[in-house]
Design a protein around this ligand. Structure first.
Ligand SMILES: *[C@@H]1O[C@H](CO)[C@@H](O)[C@H](O)[C@H]1NC(C)=O
Ligand SMILES: *[C@@H]1O[C@H](CO)[C@@H](O)[C@H](O)[C@H]1NC(C)=O
Ligand SMILES: *[C@@H]1O[C@H](CO)[C@@H](O)[C@H](O)[C@H]1NC(C)=O
Ligand SMILES: *[C@@H]1O[C@H](CO)[C@@H](O)[C@H](O)[C@H]1NC(C)=O
Ligand SMILES: *[C@@H]1O[C@H](CO)[C@@H](O)[C@H](O)[C@H]1NC(C)=O
Ligand SMILES: *[C@@H]1O[C@H](CO)[C@@H](O)[C@H](O)[C@H]1NC(C)=O
Ligand SMILES: *[C@@H]1O[C@H](CO)[C@@H](O)[C@H](O)[C@H]1NC(C)=O
Ligand SMILES: [Ca+2]
Ligand SMILES: [Ca+2]
Length: 440
């Protein structure tokens, strides 16, 4: 009722104002107008100033927007001058042969644990996160009969708990069932033995049936292949995607063309190819589509939207030219030429992306073997990157880098595996700019 009454009064008021305004407009100036919609929102259109009670509202709006863009510029400057610092903490310091480390909640307590492989000890292990970024002693999941290159967490059984998929030195891809609270079945469940020198695995649902499938890269048969999850904890026979990835060393999957199906990416140092295979959506993939051959010895591939345009770009680390580089996804199934982020990662072996300084742009991380370095490259937000920012040069024989919030304080920490004795370590993110803006 009250609404209706004021509505009527409002219409009357607007009518009067319109008359007054109309009388006052000179020649050559477009008539200003006032209008309102059904909700009573008032629209004022004028080609010149709009003054409300003596205040020029457009000038006011422009002053506000200038102030907020200079605040953005100030924050950006702060980030450049004052990037996050990282403090190294050992998780397992004594072991030779650490090959990979990644983080996932293996026991379902809400904290990210660490999963690692040790090539020389033939072990897949995990370290329980106590909730504050301190970790349990090594818990050996299995002593394997061959060296293990890599293991990744994935729910293959569909029970909501993360199982583990592993790739063995010679000819095997096998998984271990999480039986609850981070206990794993001790016996490997074989997915395939049809790989020659398996080097990399990735798990995702390729046919959108709700079950997580597996893809592998193997070096001695130049093969990228996948294994369909039957939904009953068994897998299809090997389905070959390509044998055109010479000495295939790294495989990753992500939806690169935004059609809802996960595509496959590979890096093969034998032919210097970073390539992709488009998922046709019917259980088949296209032939190999080469993205670039400008990486000399690509050994690690990753996908992330680095320029924030909604299309996943492709990152690579190449060990013969020490390069961390990316190719921009043009959004039409093609990629830009290689854009080099750094060539200062001596024997670059691993690449990853995460927003380390909390500015909404994904930064890039690298691990390099010869200079024992874990480093990052700050994304300035327009697809350009800072120079290399060194996190440590004491990751002896760095093979792998990963990023996740390990101490549960809202910023992203870093995890490394080093082969020559420094084992598994993490680096606590201390970002003064982010903490300042969070606390105000
Ligand atoms: C008026 O408000 C209603 C309810 O909030 C909304 O659904 C409608 O779109 C609005 N009309 C206009 C022209 O904004
Ligand atoms: C006011 O200006 C906008 C944008 O130019 C235009 O779409 C709208 O029709 C105008 N309204 C009136 C009442 O003149
Ligand atoms: C793995 O081997 C170590 C040392 O040989 C042994 O102490 C441990 O019990 C084994 N663990 C498993 C899960 O087999
Ligand atoms: C699992 O499913 C596949 C495909 O439907 C079927 O061939 C196989 O017999 C099943 N295995 C078991 C152990 O249920
Ligand atoms: C899958 O889709 C592709 C591309 O549309 C088509 O060429 C191919 O024949 C299809 N294969 C099957 C088995 O349906
Ligand atoms: C894809 O986009 C890029 C960049 O905009 C353009 O240069 C190229 O011609 C496009 N290619 C196709 C096949 O549409
Ligand atoms: C990207 O942003 C940085 C920092 O603001 C600036 O120096 C650089 O010129 C920009 N580059 C491009 C291509 O816009
Ligand atoms: Ca599936
Ligand atoms: Ca796709």
């Amino acid at each position: 009722m009250g609404l209706r009454r004021s509505w009527a009064g409002f219409c009357l008021g607007v009518g009067l104002v319109l008359v007054l305004v109309a009388c006052d407009v000179g020649a050559g100036v477009e008539e200003p107008s006032l209008a309102f919609d059904e909700n009573g929102t008032l629209f004022i259109n004028a080609t010149n100033r709009v003054v409300v009670n003596g205040v020029d509202v457009q000038a006011l709006a422009m002053a506000f927007s200038a102030a907020s863009s200079s605040l953005d510029a100030l924050i950006e400057l702060q980030r450049e001058l004052n990037p996050p610092q990282f403090e190294q903490h050992a998780i397992s310091a004594t072991m030779d042969g650490s090959r990979s480390a990644c983080a996932a909640d293996l026991d379902g307590d809400g904290f990210l644990d660490v999963l690692s492989t040790n090539y020389l000890q033939h072990q897949i292990s995990w370290y329980r996160n106590n909730g504050d970024g301190s970790f349990s002693d090594q818990i050996v999941i299995t002593n394997t009969s061959q060296s293990v290159w890599y293991a990744t967490p994935a729910d293959l059984s569909g029970d909501g708990q993360l199982d583990i998929v592993s790739v063995w030195h010679n000819d095997m891809i096998a998984w271990y069932l999480n039986t609850g609270n981070g206990a794993f079945s001790p016996e490997p469940m074989i997915i395939t033995t049809d790989v020659k020198a398996g080097r990399s695995v990735f798990a995702t649902d390729f046919n959108n049936d709700g079950y997580t499938d597996v893809v592998s890269a193997s070096m001695d048969d130049d093969k990228i292949a996948w294994y369909r999850n039957n939904g009953n904890s068994t897998f299809s026979a090997q389905i070959i995607i390509s044998t055109d990835a010479v000495e295939a060393l790294s495989v990753y999957a992500a939806d690169l063309n935004n059609d809802g199906f996960a595509d496959v990416l590979s890096a093969s140092p034998g032919d210097d190819k970073v390539a992709w295979y488009r998922n046709n959506g019917n259980g088949t993939f296209t032939n190999q589509i080469v993205i670039t051959t400008s990486a000399d010895g690509p050994v690690s591939v990753y996908a992330a939207d680095l320029d924030g345009d909604g299309h996943l770009d492709v990152l690579s680390a190449s060990y013969l030219d020490n390069k961390i580089a990316w190719c921009r996804n043009n959004g039409n199934g093609t990629f830009s030429e290689q854009l080099v982020i750094s060539d200062a990662a001596d024997m670059a072996y691993s690449v990853y992306a995460a927003d380390l300084d909390n500015d909404g742009h994904l930064d890039v991380l690298s691990a390099s073997y010869y200079d024992d370095k874990i480093a990052w490259y700050r994304n300035k937000g327009n697809g350009t990157f800072s120079d290399q920012l060194i996190i440590t040069e004491a990751a002896n024989g760095a093979y792998s880098v990963f990023a996740a919030d390990l101490d549960n304080n809202g910023d992203i920490d870093i995890l490394s595996a080093s082969y020559l004795g420094d084992g598994i370590a993490w680096y606590r993110n201390d970002d003064p700019v982010a903490h300042f803006f969070r606390s105000t």
